[in-house]
Design a protein around this ligand. Structure first.
Ligand code: AN7
Length: 373
């Protein structure tokens, strides 16, 4: 018998639906409300960001040895494919609460995708200023399709951010780069999730660093959770920059930053002081990894662990492989994978080290032959 409308709408089904909706509708603001600067008056603009998996890395753990247990925080599984969504749900919700009509950001790509998506969700206009020659195609595709006003400059991220800061001062557009304090408030939720999942803070966080916002946000999160006695210790924060773009490592701005990891192609980090304070307070370090080391980790993550991230994210694992001697035996390490591999499929195809065997005749014999049978 065909189900009738009243069956579908029966009280039991209705309550199941409600339950499903309630579980599915929690983004980081609803999950961590007491820790965030929101009130009943804040409209919550969410795409159900956060709650990303913590995944063990058996191959990398064995590679570094000495009983070290390595996990990734796979933040490329956020709604727009990067950790930026954790901060953007806060920045856009607060912009909406404050009556903003438009937001603006400079971006190496991921911030622009996230800002575009959340602004659309909030009914706000988004302007995104990007270095036109160095944005991964997936990120540009997102910003365009989400409907942002996408403005490419013949320059780099640092120049774009400087322009954005001036525009934000002069015109009614809210800046949603990580200089917006609500961004870091939202991003600290990743640290909460790690402690919630592990029941304790890890011994080390390995994390890619561009503007230094995320490393600062993680530290805030761990510190707040320790205050609340949700964990008993704090991790050492190990930040990694690409060798051609490592101002925090060489302790001076880089005028012409260059790296394959375009997401962290940043020569004048906006959160410079905050990030160095976090390094010092946590007893951590900043180090650089070469493009070659980044790509090696990128291939290991995908080819040995089944984890696809973008090159900038692989800097964290590259850093661990390179600097494993700095960490203690049996330590618990979380490497932050900040962005999804699909963001930069060009890089994957170019640097996979694998061969696409094409031009094969569409016949059983030809395909079997290529397979080695
Ligand atoms: C994948 O999108 O700055 O140290 O404009 O996309 O908090 O800047 C991106 C940064 C790491 C660095 N991994 O984080 C932008 C932008 C990925 C990133 C970083 C970025 P921060």
């Amino acid at each position: 018998m065909k189900p009738q409308i009243h069956d579908i709408a029966s009280p039991i089904n209705a309550s199941r639906l409600e339950l499903k909706t309630a579980v599915a509708s929690r983004g980081i603001i609803e999950t961590y409300t007491p820790y965030l600067p929101v009130s009943a008056a804040t409209p919550i603009i969410t795409l159900n960001e956060g709650n990303t998996p913590l995944i063990s890395l058996p191959y990398v753990s064995a590679l570094v040895g000495r009983g070290i247990k390595v996990f990734i925080k796979y933040d490329g599984l956020n709604p727009t494919g990067s950790f930026k969504d954790r901060g953007m749900t806060m920045a856009i919700s607060k912009a909406k609460e404050d009556g903003a009509k438009a937001v603006i950001c400079a971006s190496t790509g991921n911030t622009s995708a996230s800002a575009a998506a959340y602004a659309t969700r909030a009914g706000l206009k988004a302007f995104v200023i990007i270095p036109e020659a160095k944005v991964a195609m997936g990120k540009l595709a997102q910003a365009l399709l989400y409907g942002a006003e996408v403005i490419g400059i013949e320059g780099n991220f640092d120049e774009a951010l400087s322009i954005v800061r001036q525009l934000g001062e002069r015109y009614p557009v809210t800046i949603v780069n990580s200089v917006n304090p609500y961004r870091l408030q939202g991003q600290k939720s990743a640290a909460f999730e790690i402690v919630d999942a592990m029941g304790e803070a890890p011994d080390y966080i390995f994390i890619p660093v561009g503007n230094g916002g995320n490393i600062t946000a993680y530290w805030m999160g761990f510190c707040e959770y320790r205050e609340e006695e949700k964990c008993t210790k704090l991790p050492k924060m190990m930040g990694f920059q690409a060798a051609g773009s490592a101002p925090l490592v060489i302790n001076q701005p880089v005028l012409n930053p260059e790296t394959i990891a375009t997401a962290i192609r940043i020569g004048r980090p906006a959160n410079w002081q905050k990030a160095t304070r976090v390094r010092d307070a946590s007893g951590g370090e900043f180090n650089s990894v070469t493009d070659e080391e980044i790509l090696n980790a990128y291939r290991i993550l995908a080819g040995k662990e089944g984890i696809f991230c973008e090159p900038a994210s692989a800097a964290s694992v590259a850093g661990l492989i390179k600097h494993a001697d700095k960490i203690s035996d049996d330590a618990v390490v979380v490497c932050v994978l900040t962005g999804n591999g699909l963001k930069d499929s060009d890089a994957a195809i170019t640097y996979s080290g694998n061969e696409f065997k094409k031009g094969i005749k569409p016949s059983y014999d030809a395909v079997a032959h290529v397979m080695g049978f």
